[in-house]
Design a protein around this ligand. Structure first.
Ligand SMILES: Cc1cc2nc3c(=O)[nH]c(=O)nc-3n(C[C@H](O)[C@H](O)[C@H](O)COP(=O)(O)OP(=O)(O)OC[C@H]3O[C@@H](n4cnc5c(N)ncnc54)[C@H](O)[C@@H]3O)c2cc1C
Length: 476
C-alpha cells in the first residue's frame, strides 16, 4: 500500500458524518473485520464504515478519492487470499457492504433477482426458493459470504459444472466506481452488446476497480429430482473415467462432482466426530456426485451407477435416500476446509488444470511437495468436474504446525512454490476460484504474462488513477 498515509481526523469525521452514529466502528471494536478464515493474517484499518445505501457508498468513495484515502471493500470476510484484509498497516478504511442487504426485486418471468451486495448467499437461496426458483451458486461459506464478495472474487463452488461460476450467474451490476460515479446496469437483459460490458470487468476485480452495491442474478427452476451419491474409486484416473461415463449417460444433469481422498475423509471424521464415513471398507478415493433433473432422474442414475459397479468403474456406492442422508454426504465435503485448518495446514492451494490432466497433476504435485520435505502429508480434493483441485499440506503426523514451521524456515514458501511450478507445467491456473488478493500478488507477478500484467496496470490506472480502491490487492 505504498504512498498511502492514514486520513487525518477531519477526513475521518466527515466520513463518519456520512454514515451516521451507528454506521461506523473504531478499530478497537471491529475485531470481526480483521479475522482471516484460515488464521494466517490479522487485518488492520483506521476505521470501519457500514453504509446503508448506494448513495452513502458513493459519497464515501468521492471523499476518499478527493483526499487520497485507501478503501478496502468487505463483504462477509470469508475470502481466503487476504483481499479483504490489510495485515501490513492500518492506513486504509474498511467499507463493509453488510447493511446493503435487501433483495430489491424478484421477477419470476425474467428468472432474475436484484439483490444488494451485502445479501448473504444463503439468504439469496431462501429468497429464490420462496418463488420456487433457485440461485445455483453455492459453497461451504454460504452462511457468511455475500453476493458482492462472490462477484468480486468470481466465486465458483460446488455447482459450476452445470451452472457456471458467479460470472455466469450475473446479468447486471450496480457499482460505485473509484471516481464516486454510480454505474447502474441492473437490467435483466440476456442480450446487450452496447459497448464494453463493464459488468465483466468488475466481476473478479476483487474490489480494485469499484464497490459492487447490487447485482441482477440469474434464477433457475428447481429440478424436481436430485440424487446424491458417494462412489468409492481406486484413483483420480478412475474418477475421470467415471465422470465421462456419467456425463455420456446423464448429460448436463450432473451438477456437482467432488473428489476426496480416503485420507481427507479420515481428517473430516476425526475433527468432526459426529460425521461418519458411510463405507465400512477403507477406500483410497471417493467421488461425491450430485445429479438433478426431471422426475425419473433417480431411476436413471441408479441404473447408470449399477452398470458402473458391474463394469468395475467404481468399487462401491452409497446413494442418499433422504434429505438427511444427502446433507450427511455433503457435510463430509463441506467440512473439509475446516478440517484442514484444524489439522494444521501450512499451505492451501487453489489450482485449476485441464480436466484431462488431473491425474498427472495430483501425482506430480505430491512428488514435488514431498521433495521439499519427506513426511509432509497432502489432502488433495476439490471440484474435479471443473479441473479445480485444492492441495492442503500438513506437517508430518504428530508434529504441531507452529513447531514445524519454526524448525523449517521457508518451508511454506517452498511448498507453495513447488505447487505453483507443477501447476504452470500442467498449463494450469495458480488461482482457480479464490482470486489473487494480497496473498498471491507475488505469484501473479511471477507467472502472469507480461502483456496481461501491463493491461491490468493500465486498466487500474485509467479507472482508479489515485489508487484508492483496495490498494495492494491483485497488483502492486
Ligand atoms: C469454508 C470456506 C469455503 C469456501 N469455499 C469456496 C468455494 O467452494 N468456492 C469459492 O469460490 N470460494 C470459496 N471460499 C472463499 C470465499 O467464501 C469466497 O471468495 C467468497 O466469494 C467471498 O465472499 P465474501 O462476501 O466473504 O467476501 P470478502 O471475504 O469480504 O471479500 C473478498 C474480496 O472481495 C472484495 N469485495 C467484497 N465485497 C465487495 C463488494 N461489494 N464490491 C467490491 N469488492 C468486494 C474484497 O475487497 C476482497 O478482495 C470459501 C471460504 C471458506 C471460508
Amino acid at each position: 500500500m505504498a504512498g498511502f498515509s492514514p486520513p487525518d481526523d477531519t477526513v475521518l469525521d466527515r466520513l463518519k458524518a456520512i454514515v451516521g452514529a451507528d454506521g461506523w466502528r473504531a478499530p478497537n471494536e471491529a475485531a470481526r473485520y480483521f479475522d482471516d478464515p484460515r488464521g494466517r493474517f490479522e487485518g488492520r484499518a483506521c476505521l470501519v464504515l457500514l453504509p446503508k445505501s448506494t448513495d452513502e457508498v458513493a459519497r464515501i468513495v468521492r471523499l476518499c478519492n478527493e483526499t487520497g484515502t485507501g478503501l478496502i471493500p468487505w463483504g462477509g470476510g470469508t475470502g481466503v487470499v487476504a483481499g479483504q484484509l490489510s495485515p501490513d498497516n492500518d492506513n486504509a478504511i474498511i467499507l463493509s457492504v453488510e447493511r446493503l442487504n435487501r433483495v430489491r426485486e424478484i421477477n419470476a418471468q425474467d428468472f432474475a433477482m436484484v439483490a444488494e451486495a451485502g445479501c448473504i448467499l444463503e439468504n439469496v437461496h431462501a429468497a429464490a426458493a420462496e418463488h420456487r426458483l433457485m440461485f445455483p451458486l453455492s459453497m461451504a461459506s454460504k452462511g457468511s459470504c455475500t453476493i458482492g464478495g462472490n462477484l468480486a472474487t468470481n466465486a465458483g463452488g460446488i455447482q459450476v459444472l452445470r451452472h457456471g461460476n458467479a460470472r455466469d450467474l450475473c446479468l447486471g451490476i450496480e457499482a460505485v466506481l473509484p471516481s464516486g460515479e454510480v454505474l447502474s446496469e441492473l437490467s435483466p437483459l440476456r442480450k446487450n452488446n452496447t459497448g464494453y460490458d463493464l459488468r465483466h470487468l468488475l466481476i473478479g476485480s476483487e474490489g480494485t476497480l469499484g464497490i459492487i452495491t447490487a447485482a441482477t442474478l440469474v434464477l433457475k427452476p428447481i429440478d424436481p429430482d436430485t440424487v446424491t451419491a458417494l462412489c468409492a474409486i481406486a484413483s483420480p484416473a478412475q474418477a475421470l473415467t467415471l465422470f465421462s461415463e456419467l456425463r455420456k449417460r446423464l448429460g448436463d444433469s450432473l451438477s456437482g462432482l467432488e473428489l476426496m481422498s480416503g485420507f481427507g475423509i479420515g481428517l473430516v471424521t476425526r475433527h468432526f466426530p459426529s460425521l461418519r464415513n458411510p463405507f465400512s471398507d477403507p477406500h483410497d478415493w471417493v467421488l461425491l456426485a450430485e445429479i438433478s433433473g426431471p422426475e425419473g432422474m433417480r431411476e436413471r442414475v441408479e441404473v447408470a451407477l449399477a452398470d458402473c459397479l458391474d463394469s468395475d468403474l467404481l468399487a462401491d456406492v452409497v446413494i442418499a435416500t433422504s434429505e438427511t442422508q444427502r446433507t450427511n454426504l455433503w457435510d463430509l465435503r463441506e467440512n473439509t476446509p475446516d478440517a484442514n485448518r484444524l489439522e494444521g495446514a501450512i499451505c492451501n492451494s487453489d489450482t485449476a488444470v485441464p480436466i484431462s490432466r488431473i491425474e498427472g497433476f495430483i501425482r506430480e504435485t505430491q512428488a514435488a511437495v514431498l521433495a521439499t520435505h519427506q513426511g509432509l502429508r497432502l489432502n488433495s480434493y476439490g471440484h474435479i468436474g471443473d479441473g479445480n483441485i485444492h492441495h492442503n499440506v500438513f506437517p508430518p503426523e504428530g508434529v504441531a504446525k507452529a513447531a514445524f514451521v519454526s524448525e523449517h524456515p521457508g518451508i511454506i514458501e517452498a511448498v507453495r512454490d513447488a505447487i505453483d511450478r507443477v501447476t504452470i507445467d500442467f498449463a494450469g491456473a495458480i488461482s482457480a476460484e479464490h482470486g489473487i488478493g494480497r496473498l498471491k500478488v507475488p505469484d501473479l507477478l511471477r507467472y502472469g504474462a507480461p502483456p496481461k500484467l501491463a493491461a491490468i496496470r493500465k486498466i487500474k490506472a485509467a479507472l482508479d488513477p489515485n489508487g484508492i480502491m483496495n490498494p495492494g490487492a491483485i497488483i502492486d
